[in-house]
Design a protein around this ligand. Structure first.
Ligand code: GDP
Length: 328
């Protein structure tokens, strides 16, 4: 049997790295699409951390360049395409609303077009987001909960989501949208709240920092582990019929409680170090998210396996190890 081939956009991000690891483990040929920049080299540090950078084939491509995407899909003839690339940081989307609309919204249309034109039989995964629920319309959000986006990022993600649904319904493509609630890991970017907190706990513990400046610590999120969530992406594409699925843990926790978990693991008391800084508040906030993933559980048996405490401890330990290594 020939190897299955997967194309992943956003390969240099957290989910791209874990998904590549999962697919390589299943014997896939993995092609990662990377946006060229004038900086030196390609940001492979996450793939390096997982020890898989030499097993992933990297190809230059940009979600805004349809002809380039068509060429990539034509040459690769993939069985599966995972569209994970985006401008993915909510707060930045108010500063760069047009760029965010282009990469996070129009970029999805370009990917769908490239697949429709060059490999219409390929299965397509779109990385949708719980941020689309924004000002929540139901206490627990499922696939049938109405959306109410609260940031340019969320509006752009909604475009990508509905385009994916539309290409499935218009052209019969096997296109699925995974509505993933927040998911984290030691590979999460430092701009996101979980990693900002675990990194600060590690730096304070090692005497490299003496405070942590935070925005709205009352916000609540349904946080899962990226490793569990990329498994859900793959499972979606193994179903006979494409569909949309919420991926979540079903538990919501405040930023404040997240800080407590991380700091207590590092043996620190948050009151001593955490300060409110209005610079980290947002023009519009998503106060609480809580996902109902029962559809995914019923359809293909997916459930989150890694709990919040275990994940936060792993992240603090990884940040402690990173900073100790730098000090050595
Ligand atoms: P998001 O849900 O995709 O926006 O993920 P983030 O990790 O960026 O933010 C999660 C929540 O933490 C949001 O409600 C933020 O307003 C809140 N938060 C509070 N303080 C901070 C902070 O200093 N940085 C970030 N990134 N988020 C913060």
């Amino acid at each position: 049997m020939t190897k299955k081939c997967a194309v992943i956009t956003g390969i240099t991000g957290q989910d791209g790295a874990y998904l590549a690891q999962l697919l390589l483990g299943k014997g896939y040929r993995v092609i990662g699409v990377v946006r060229r920049s004038s900086h030196y080299g390609v940001a492979t540090h996450r793939l390096d951390w997982l020890g898989i950078s030499d097993q992933v084939e990297m190809i230059d491509g940009d979600l805004l360049d349809l002809s380039g995407l068509c060429r990539i899909i034509r040459d690769a003839k993939p069985d599966e395409v995972y569209n994970l690339a985006a401008q993915s940081f909510v707060k930045t989307s108010w500063d760069q609303p047009v760029l965010t609309s282009q990469s996070t919204g129009v970029g999805v249309v370009n990917m769908l077009e490239a697949v429709r034109l060059e490999a219409p039989e390929a299965r397509f995964y779109q990385a949708s987001s719980s941020e689309m629920y924004g000002l929540i319309q139901e206490p627990m959000q499922s696939e049938t909960t109405p959306f109410y986006p609260r940031s340019p990022y969320a509006v752009a993600k909604l475009m990508g989501h509905w385009m994916t649904v539309n290409y499935r319904e218009s052209f019969g493509m096997h296109a699925s949208s995974g509505i993933l609630f927040n998911h984290e890991s030691p590979l999460r970017g430092l701009e996101f709240v979980t990693r900002k907190v675990t990194d600060a706990a590690a730096r304070i513990k090692l005497g490299l920092a003496d405070e942590l400046r935070m925005g709205n610590t009352d916000a609540k999120r349904d946080w899962g582990h990226a490793k569990d969530y990329v498994r859900a992406m793959w499972m979606m594409l193994q179903q006979d019929v494409a569909d949309d699925y919420v991926v979540a843990t079903g538990r919501t926790t405040s930023v404040k409680d997240l800080i407590d978990i991380a700091f207590s693991h590092a043996g620190l008391s948050p009151e001593q170090y955490v300060k409110l800084d209005p610079a980290f508040l947002r023009p519009a906030e998503v106060d609480v998210l809580l996902g109902d993933a029962s559809k995914a559980k019923k359809a293909f048996g997916w459930e989150a396996e890694i709990g919040l405490e275990e994940m936060v401890r792993e992240m603090v330990d990884a940040d402690l190890a990173r900073h100790r290594q730098r000090q050595a």
